[in-house]
Design a protein around this ligand. Structure first.
Ligand code: ZN
Length: 74
């Protein structure tokens, strides 16, 4: 859109706000990964040993507790 005007420098003042808008869009695409913790000892050393979707089976490496995690969409 209006590229020929940009080349002449007429819209210089408008170029920067457009770039800032793109950065905001990128930030909204950032997901925070929450590591799984053992419900018993709060250890993060858990291993997935099986899956029967949407249920995932995990086992804690530290206290050997087996627990299920239900995978949720959205
Ligand atoms: Zn544990």
């Amino acid at each position: 859109m209006a590229e020929w005007i940009n080349k002449k420098g007429w819209l210089d003042g408008y170029v920067k706000p457009v770039k800032a808008k793109e950065e905001v869009t990128r930030k909204s695409n950032v997901m925070i990964h929450v590591p799984l913790k053992c419900p018993e000892c709060r250890s993060r050393s858990v291993r997935c040993y099986g899956a029967d979707k949407p249920i995932l089976y995990y086992k804690c490496v530290d206290c050997e507790l087996k627990f299920k995690v239900i995978e949720k969409d959205g």
